[in-house]
Design a protein around this ligand. Structure first.
Ligand SMILES: C[S@@+](CC[C@H](N)C(=O)[O-])C[C@H]1O[C@@H](n2cnc3c(N)ncnc32)[C@H](O)[C@@H]1O
Length: 237
C-alpha cells in the first residue's frame, strides 16, 4: 500500500519545481564544491567512439550536459526531466554557454523513457534515479533505449564503508544538510525528504544487481570521496 513517503517519491519532481531557484547555489554549498568534480569524473567513464549521442535523465538544471559537452567525442546531448522549473533554469544556462545546438532539454520521465529502442550511445543519470518511482523499470527501459555497445552511467549517493566516515556522513545528512537546506531554500522540508531518499536507496552490489537484472554487462562501481557516492556503469552488449 502506498504510504506518504512513496506517494511523495512519485511526485518528487514537484519538490524540485519549488527549490529550483536555489538548487545550484545550495548544491555548491552543501557538497562543498565536490559535486563539480564528480560530474567531471563521469566524463572519464564514457565509452570508446566518436559522435556519441547522449541522453541525460533527471537532467535538472543541466549541470551534467554542460560538464559532458566539454568532451569533443560527444555530438549531441538530450536532457529530460519532469520539473519545468529546473529545465527552465537549465535552458538559460545552456544559452549563456552558447551550447543551444548541441544540448537540448525537454520534458520527459526517466521511468517511461520517451524514446524509441536503440536511440542513444550513452545514458547518464546523476542523483536522479533514487527519486524515480520505479528504479528497476527505469533501468530496464534504459537498456532498451541504448544502442548495442552503449553504456549506462549512473551517479548516486551511497553509504561510506568506514565507520568514522559513516558517522560523519549520517550526522551531516541527518542534521546539517536538512537544517541548512530547508532554511536557505525556503522550503519547509525538501532537504529532510531528500536525505531520507539517500538512506533508503540500494547501493553498491545491490544496485549493480538491479543493473544486471535489466540486462547490463561489464558492471562496475567506482567509489567517489570515501564512498559518499558511486558511479555505476553497465554496457549493453
Ligand atoms: C537531485 S536532482 C539532480 C539534477 C541533476 N542531474 C544534477 O546532477 O544536478 C534530481 C532531478 O530528478 C528529477 N526527477 C524526479 N523524478 C523524475 C522522473 N520520474 N523523471 C525525470 N526526472 C525526474 C527532478 O525533477 C530533479 O530535477
Amino acid at each position: 500500500m502506498a504510504n506518504q513517503y512513496t506517494t511523495r517519491k512519485k511526485e518528487s519532481y514537484k519538490i524540485f519545481d519549488d527549490i529550483a531557484p536555489t538548487y545550484d547555489f545550495l548544491n555548491r554549498i552543501l557538497s562543498l564544491g565536490i559535486d563539480v568534480r564528480w560530474r567531471k569524473k563521469l566524463q572519464q567513464k564514457l565509452p570508446q567512439g566518436k559522435s556519441l549521442e547522449i541522453l541525460d535523465m533527471a537532467s535538472g538544471t543541466a549541470d551534467v550536459p554542460l560538464s559532458l559537452i566539454e568532451n569533443k567525442r560527444i555530438s549531441h546531448i538530450t536532457g529530460i526531466d519532469l520539473s519545468e522549473e529546473m529545465l527552465s533554469i537549465g535552458r538559460k544556462k545552456i544559452e549563456k554557454a552558447g551550447h543551444e545546438q548541441s544540448i537540448q532539454l525537454q520534458t520527459g520521465c526517466g521511468v517511461n523513457i520517451p524514446f524509441e529502442k536503440a536511440s542513444f550511445d550513452v545514458i547518464t543519470v546523476s542523483f536522479g534515479i533514487r527519486n524515480f518511482k520505479d528504479p528497476q523499470e527505469s533501468l530496464n527501459n534504459m537498456h532498451k533505449v541504448l544502442r548495442p555497445g552503449g553504456r549506462a552511467l549512473i551517479m548516486e549517493f551511497s553509504i561510506p564503508p568506514n565507520p568514522v566516515f559513516k558517522w560523519i556522513y549520517f550526522f551531516y545528512f541527518r542534521h546539517v544538510l536538512p537544517f541548512v537546506g530547508n532554511i536557505l531554500s525556503g522550503h519547509k522540508d525538501a532537504y529532510t525528504y531528500l536525505n531520507q531518499t539517500v538512506e533508503d536507496f540500494p547501493y553498491g552490489d545491490e544496485f549493480l544487481g538491479m543493473m544486471k537484472k535489466a540486462g547490463f554487462k561489464n558492471l562496475k562501481a567506482t567509489s567517489l570521496t570515501f564512498g559518499i557516492a558511486n558511479i555505476y556503469q553497465g554496457d549493453k552488449c
